[in-house]
Structures are given as C-alpha cells and as structure tokens.
Design a protein around this ligand. Structure first.
Ligand code: NAD
Length: 328
C-alpha cells in the first residue's frame, strides 16, 4: 500500500509549501490535508495542486474521535496545525492553549492508538526564549524557556510529545525551526506585512528600536529539512532547523525597503511588543552532521519572495483587511 502522509494545518503557510514539496517529490504518496481553515488557513495556497493522491478534509485536530477515524496504522503524521502569531497570543492566550496544546494532544493520541509509523511535531526556535547578543546559539539539549503565550503553548505541546516518547515509546520527532519566509505567508507576519504595505505605498510598523535579532530560513529549505528528518531522523530526537541568516529587524527592514525601491522614511516606529524576545539563534550542527544544509542564499531568496508578492496580489489583497489582525 502507498505511504500515507497526514499533514495537519496544510492550508497554512508552511503546511501548504510542505504539501507541494512532498507531492512533487513522492507522487505515489497519498497526502491527506486536515485543516480547520482558521483565518490563516486558505485553500488558495494549494490552488495549483492537481494530484489524485491529494485529499483535503476540513476538520479540527481537537476533535479526537474524528482524528482517530482519520489516522490509520502506518501513517506518517506531520503536525503543523497551530495558532502561529505571537501578537494574537498576547490578546487571546486561551485560543493558543486550546489549539496548540490540546490540539496536539488529540492528534498525537490518535496517532498512538492507531499505531502511526511516525509523528512529526513542528515546533519553533521561540521555545528556547530570549538570548543575549553574545550568547551561544541554542542546541537541542538546552532548556526551554518560553516568553510569550505562543511560545509557551508550543513548548507545552513539545512536553506532551516528550511524555509520550518516554512512557509509550511512541515514534515522535520534534523539529524546531527559525522564522520562515516565502510565498503564501499570511500578511500579518513581518515579511509579507512589510512587502505588501510597501507595494501599497504604506509605511511599515517596526517594533521598538528594531534591534531584535531573528534567524531567517526560506520555507522550502524548512520543508526539505522536514522531509529529510522524516526519512533520516531518529524517533525520540529533536532537530533544530535554521537558515544561518541572523539579522536585526532593522536590517531586515532596510533590505526589504531596498528591494522595493523605498527608503527609511517608510518606517513607522511603533511601541515594542510586550515581552519581546531580543534574539533567537539556532545551533544546527546536529542536522547538518547528518547531511542537510539550506540551499537558499538570503539575498536572492528575499528578492524572489518580494517578486512573488508583487506578482500575486490576487492572493494577498483579500487577506489584508481581515478584522482584528495586525495588517497595517
Ligand atoms: N511561520 C514560521 O516562521 C514558523 C517558525 C517555526 C515554527 N512554526 C510552526 O509551524 C507551524 C505552521 O506555521 P505557519 O506559519 O504555517 O502558520 P499558519 O498560521 O500559516 O498556518 C496554521 C494552519 O493551521 C490551521 N489550524 C490551526 N489550528 C487548527 C486546528 N485546531 N485544527 C486544524 N487546523 C488548524 C490553520 O487553519 C492554518 O491553516 C505552526 O505549528 C508554527 O508554530 C512556524
């Protein structure tokens, strides 16, 4: 029987890019996308997918009975489904605990009881908490020290996974990636927010002084890394996935301005985010020693991304004014 891959949150930014990646690479795999279509889930992200081996099911991963019905023995389950925006977690933490912790527990238990072959929990570098400018990069062995309701919910979901690894020997792998960028990212996140604002000749809202540092990875490099881990990773292990592109937010902003022919007068400095972590930085020697490396160079990938948003306003324009989100 063909390998089945269940992708939760596959209508979101990274999940949809991941589905495209594995359908192209393994056309014989059966790919099942389970997504509840929250404000950031969008089937337009998958408009070009024509494979007969692809199926979409609108469902909430918190629905345990349904998850048990949908997961089969031998499946690979990749759990992207989550509320993903830190700013929203500051306004509505309970939504994050419900979706990210209880949701993970529900799909994880379905995978365990139905004897799924592998469960991949997609986590984030934010679980390590804030680093100083001169601190060493985080390794997989470092303690988790989350700062926001979002990162706390992702760390808690990891703990639920860790409990199942230890108690039930369930085959689970956790990936922690840095900030992804690329096509189909909801325009509340900094990169598409800034690009689409500038295309619309609006200013870009930069938090605080812009000194905070993030590492950036092109989404297709992260998708390739997840695929690499599915086929080469060790169950029970955690893998950091970074792009090796640490940048202060101000420098990132200047690069975006330059790609769009704008200058610093387009920056509007706004009050800093509550609890804003200074820096995230991943030590990726573990996955690199196994043979994975990111393929994209930051400057050309940024340029390509800007071009994509310029050419695909049909995709993002309807999303710019979704109420209650930081889109201006
Ligand atoms: N974007 C990044 O830079 C980044 C970095 C590291 C880790 N991550 C993690 O990667 C995953 C995907 O992030 P993204 O940026 O693609 O987010 P996204 O917000 O674009 O997509 C999330 C998707 O999950 C779906 N979803 C949410 N709750 C659900 C539920 N209860 N049941 C079913 N579907 C549900 C949404 O409808 C949406 O389609 C998340 O787990 C996030 O924590 C993201």
């Amino acid at each position: 029987m063909a390998q089945r891959v269940i992708v939760t949150g596959g209508a979101g930014f990274i999940g949809s890019n991941f589905i495209r990646c594995i359908i192209n690479k393994y056309p014989h795999y059966k790919v099942i996308n389970i997504d509840k279509l929250s404000y950031s889930g969008n089937l337009e992200n998958l408009r070009d997918i024509k494979s007969d081996n692809y199926q979409f099911i609108k469902a909430d991963i918190k629905n345990y009975a349904l998850m048990q019905h949908l997961v089969d023995e031998g499946d690979i389950v990749v759990n992207f489904a989550a509320e993903s925006h830190v700013d929203n977690s500051i306004n509505e933490p309970e939504v994050f605990i419900e979706n990210n912790v209880l949701g993970t527990h529900s799909i994880l238990e379905a995978a365990r009881r139905k004897k799924a072959k592998l469960f991949i929990q997609i986590s984030t570098d934010e679980v390590y908490g804030s680093l100083g400018f001169d601190s060493k990069s985080s390794t997989e062995k470092d303690l988790l020290n989350p700062s926001s309701p979002y990162s706390a919910s992702k760390a808690a979901a990891e703990m639920v996974c860790m409990g199942n690894i230890r108690t039930f020997n369930q085959p689970i792998i956790i990936t922690r990636s840095s900030n992804n960028f690329g096509p189909y990212q909801f325009p509340e996140k900094v990169m598409p927010l800034f690009i689409t604002n500038l295309i619309g000749e609006k200013k870009v809202p930069l938090y605080g002084t812009g000194k905070n540092v993030r590492d950036w990875i092109h989404v297709s490099d992260n998708c390739e890394a997840i695929d690499f881990i599915i086929h080469n990773g060790q169950p029970g292990e955690v893998y950091n996935i970074g792009g090796g592109n640490e940048l202060q937010n101000l420098d990132l902003t200047k690069s975006i301005l330059s790609c769009l022919g704008a200058d610093e007068s387009s920056i509007k400095y706004v009050e800093d985010r509550k609890g804003h972590d200074l820096r995230y930085s991943l030590d990726c020697s573990k996955i690199k020693s196994m043979g994975w490396n990111p393929k994209h160079s930051f400057d050309s990938a940024l340029n390509e991304t800007v071009q994509w948003y310029k050419q695909n306003s049909w995709w993002w324009e309807p999303l710019k004014n979704i109420e209650g989100r930081r889109t201006s």
